[in-house]
Design a protein. Sequence first.
Length: 341
Amino acid sequence: MIKRMRGLPSYFGGKRTIAPFIFKYLPKPTKARPLTFLDPMMGGGSVSYFAKMLGYQVIAGDVSYRSWLTGKTCIELKSCLLPPYYVFLKENEHEWLWTHYKDYFPNEEITRFLDRVRQNVRARGDREVELFFYMKLVSRMVPFMLFGKFLEPFKKRVIQDKNQDLARIAAHKLWKPQAINLLNPERFIKNTLESTAQTIFDNGQENTFVRQDVFKTLAQFAGNANAVYFDPPYPGTQGYDSMFWVDRLILEDDKFEDVYGAEFTDKNQFKQNFERLVKESACVPNFVCSIGNWNHEELLGIVRETRPNAQMLVVKHDWLQAIKNGAKGDELLIIDSEEMQ
Ligand SMILES: C[S@@+](CC[C@H](N)C(=O)[O-])C[C@H]1O[C@@H](n2cnc3c(N)ncnc32)[C@H](O)[C@@H]1O
């Protein structure tokens, strides 16, 4: 199951590896008992996607543009029909990346290749799924987007000479995993199309993604949800939108719209917003929340005011145990589940 999730674009702070633990104590849907899973801060989509694989009806939300593309395609859609690879490679005059972002790409050939694909995606009708496909192409071509260092032009880190040949770039240690893409763009496009099509599947449910604030999603959907998962940005960390700004601009230069929501990264607002999350989801029978960068006993205390049976669990590699002091660095979950009682 984890393997199937590789089709999702990589996401800094994503919960891909702990997704199985999140569901370990939650009731599972069956034909006789369908269940709705609510993930109102979906991020990279790994938890919603896992829920979709388990057969839940998934309602996901997030304020970010990248999440919207992932949610609209990987969560909402049941299938997709992408055109053959050569459609994306037609010649054209498009120069958006070359004009504005040449410093972020290794050389002119790669930049112009992505510009051609981009123009052909933009010229077509099925915008969401093709933009999603394009986002996957871009993020697999530009290693700096995968993990930290989002804000620094690529050239400062590795490439000084735009005319370096591909073989030399591919031999660079940072680029080795990407080398196959750099050296064979056609195969790269074919592989990415294939993985995009495989990522989108039908789980027999009507799943939904909404691009809006978590509290609006709760007001709209909490009443019918069987389980809710919260994964707010940790207080004191960098906001996700600023990390993905390059991504967003590369994807959509013309009508890009910001959506704002309650602030969780700000330490002065975190506790109050956390209390609100707990309160406004009190009607959902099963609750899971990822926490970090804050006194975990204090957060457990807040949850227990509404959910006296809530437990704190630490996910450490491939096992789960009750929390001990000093479990720093591990993934902490607060869970209140019908199955645990
Ligand atoms: C830690 S990430 C979630 C990661 C996700 N669980 C995964 O596995 O990829 C937090 C997400 O919360 C979103 N977010 C932050 N504030 C929000 C708000 N007020 N309403 C909705 N989403 C919000 C951010 O855009 C970000 O995508």
